[in-house]
Ligand binder design. Sequence first.
Ligand SMILES: [Zn+2]
Length: 276
Amino acid sequence: MKIFNYSFLTGLSPLLLLTVLFLFQTNGLQSQKPYEGKIILAAFAHPDDEGTVAPILAKYIREGATVHLVIVTDGRFGTNDYHDHEAGETLVATRKEEMKCAAEKLGVVLHHLDYQDQLKSAEGYDGHVPHARKMIKELYDIIEDVKPDVLITWGPDGGSTHMDHRLVGASITQVFLTKDWGEKPKSLYYYGTPSNLIDDSESSILRGQASKYLRTKVSYTDEDFDKAFNSFKCHYSQIDPNMTKEDLRKWRDKNGMFVYLRKFEAPKADSDSVFD
Ligand SMILES: [Zn+2]
């Protein structure tokens, strides 16, 4: 008859004890995270657009929030001087994988929709408008389903005046305005750049905003920036292959270690005059 040797359990028990203690401590730490249970939904047009706010998405994830990232288009026209990709289905497949990689590195829940880059604008009203309408309804359904506390998207400048950026921002705004959502989502924020941090006057008109509107200035850490950089590097087809962390830092340089946002503010009271 075989007698079991239980001595390994004796050896394991301090380890088990340590594990229990570790789990207990980890739970203790988690409960200290300030945004545990909170949900952010960030919506942008193209795979890589999320890079603009990625450091603060990393920050809020570190602080306990869950971040859902909606990328609306397939990026099929994302050709550039760094690579010789051709526009079309192969590039769509590449960017799908790149976006998946970027989302994993950042730690977000990804919703990569399959609307065409440039939202079929080349097909005129009958191509573009049904495509854009479908997108608004799908964004509505996602927000109903996810029930985020906060929405973040492009403002009217779209960062670069790109029509897809502006339309995604406007579509999220329309979804937000379409009914009283109560608490989920409670707030809508637009990414913005203070005019005084933009050197040339033309760019300042095209995408700058007065500081009095960009009142939400969210800081992030080096650790958050590293995470954002590692995520951004996944978009290999869109970047200079030699881009370093310092290059990216320089590119964001004027904003410092901050992301500026404009909160959508609803009227506080009814009125019967436009001159109130
Ligand atoms: Zn874009």
